[in-house]
Design a protein around this ligand. Structure first.
Ligand code: NAD
Length: 499
């Protein structure tokens, strides 16, 4: 079922106009559930296109930074209303290009709606501090100032939510934007840009340049007129972005990989823990940065949990996300499917027990897509690669532990630190876990996925570099503090010395 309204050849958005790339080349956006379905053709852009976009953003900054924040916010409110109105079409477009089931792409669009309304609200806050001066007849306060042109690079797994997490706070703070969307899911960013433009965003304030990471992302990060960079993607590319920003001390916000865990203690509500592990492990085909790709279960309930979990996983219906009967869609592309298959072999080689799945799905409804069975490895050792490395697919490693201390050690024993959850009815253990889990996000009796947009989002260790997306924390990245002192004493007053 294709969405009719999508034009076949789509363009970059630079200085308020839809224009072709200087390369004259284009790349394909295909449906991962059915590669015969060409969603659209997008420009394979170059450093020249990046330069045009950054120069447009730099020019637009001169007036946009002076637009009162509540007026910037009015544009966001109008955009949010269009997102609400067009939610169903946008979700269908997204399922077509990304593969996740409609219920989830509706959620992705909803996240963009929530973020847009939320950041529009910030237009009337953007609060700083006023505080007493230590000197007489002197006034002190701090205000948020825009950074300038923000360069953004996004992944394919949340094609509209993640761009909105970056674009909306940046705009409300008075920055202008150049974004390079993931090459697997350019349509959703295209749709978002179109909606913001129709809502009245002036030309050049938001620019979209499509293409490959090295050809478009790399020149964007180092462009001299870019003041800050926000990247979401793999830790490998995040390191390159970080290194490229370092020589110029360019502020750089990184959101990267995860190897999240769901801990099940012996006193847990087991049914709930099973249901949650299925959702957190196989929702979005395991392609969430917060996916629970590890589940660790206490010895006394290990077998019971595993049996129920495997039974539930076997019942998952894999297929086209546009079919409402589907529980789990395809992998995003051939390369990601190959990664999943490679890790299945690694798991077998390491001696993990394949409890269910393990095969690519081919033939019949799977013939033209990148489908893989939902896969569970049991009896894993915490040091195995399948229990340490991010697979980003429908593969869950199940581990056993003896006691609470060991569970926390397993949870923290990976290089990532995005999300963790614990299932227990013991309030003491729940609070100890909230304190000791070394992650940016922790849940009690809820899965590792399910972040809400008005709270900070991000991770520790190799998942992030200390900044946070969403909530008011996002404003701290997209603005710079300026501290202002106003002396109305009419004489020289020396801080720390006079008065
Ligand atoms: P990726 O790192 O391959 O690509 C991310 C983006 O970087 C893409 O737009 C890509 O074109 C671009 N890119 C690639 N090479 C580049 C280069 N040399 N210079 C500049 N840009 C370049 O990641 P992906 O496969 O799109 O996404 C999956 C990864 O994203 C997983 O590791 C996942 O955990 C992570 N992720 C993290 C979060 C989070 O908030 N922590 C959220 C979603 C996804």
């Amino acid at each position: 079922m294709a969405t009719a309204a999508v034009p076949k050849v789509l363009k970059n958005f630079i200085n308020g106009e839809w224009i072709e790339s200087s390369s004259g080349r284009a790349f394909e956006d295909r449906n991962p559930a059915n590669t015969d379905d060409l969603v659209g053709m997008f420009p394979s852009s170059t450093a020249e296109d990046v330069d045009a976009a950054v120069m447009a953003a730099s020019e637009a900054l001169k007036s946009w930074r002076l637009v009162p924040a509540p007026k910037r916010a009015e544009i966001l409110y109008r955009a949010a209303e269009t997102l609400v109105r067009r939610k169903e079409d946008l979700a269908r477009d997204m399922t077509r290009e990304m593969g996740k089931v409609l219920a989830e792409t509706r959620g992705d669009v909803q996240e963009a709606i929530d973020m847009t309304y939320y950041m529009a609200g910030e237009g009337r806050r953007l609060a700083g501090q006023t505080t007493p001066s230590e000197l007489r007849n002197k006034f002190a306060m701090s205000v948020r100032q825009p950074l300038g042109v923000c360069g953004m690079i996004t992944p394919w797994n949340f094609p509209m939510a993640i761009p909105s997490w970056k674009i909306m706070p940046a705009l409300v703070c008075g920055n202008t934007v150049v974004i390079k969307p993931a090459e697997d899911t350019p349509l959703s960013t295209y749709n978002l840009a179109q909606i913001l433009s129709e809502a009245g965003l002036p030309g050049g304030v938001l620019n979209v340049v499509n293409g490959e990471g090295p050809e478009v992302g790399a020149p964007l990060v180092v462009h001299p007129k870019v003041s800050a960079v926000s990247f979401t993607g793999s830790s490998e590319v995040g390191r390159l972005v970080n290194e490229a920003c370092a020589p110029n001390f360019r502020p750089c916000h990184l959101e990267m990989g995860g190897k999240n865990i769901l801990l099940v203690l012996e006193d847990a509500n087991l049914e709930l823990a099973v249901e949650s592990a299925v959702w957190a492990g196989f929702g979005t085909t395991g392609q969430r940065c917060t996916a629970a790709s590890r589940v660790a279960v206490q010895k006394n309930v290990y077998k019971e949990f595993l049996d129920k979990f495997v039974e539930r996983v076997k019942a998952l219906r894999v297929g086209d996300g546009l079919d409402t009967a589907t529980d789990m869609g395809p992998c995003i592309n051939e390369k990601q499917l190959e990664t999943v298959m490679k890790y299945v072999e690694i798991g077998k080689g390491e001696g993990a027990r394949l409890a269910t799945g393990g095969q690519r799905l081919t033939g019949g409804p799977y013939a033209r897509g990148w489908f893989h069975e939902p896969t569970v490895f049991a009896d894993c050792d915490p040091k195995m690669r399948i229990a340490q490395e991010e697979i980003f697919g429908p593969v869950v490693a199940v581990l056993e532990f003896d006691n609470f201390e060991q569970a926390i050690e397993i949870a923290n024993g990976v290089v990532y630190g995005l999300s963790a959850s614990i299932y227990t009815r013991d309030v003491n253990k729940a609070f100890a876990a909230m304190r000791d889990l070394h992650t940016g996000i922790a849940y009690v009796n809820a899965p590792t996925i399910g972040a809400e947009i008005h709270l900070p989002f991000g991770g520790t260790k190799r998942t992030g570099n200390g900044h946070r997306e969403a909530g008011t924390a996002a404003l701290d990245f997209y603005s710079e503090w300026k501290t202002l002192y106003i002396d109305y004493s009419d004489r020289l007053q020396r801080a720390q010395m006079d008065g």
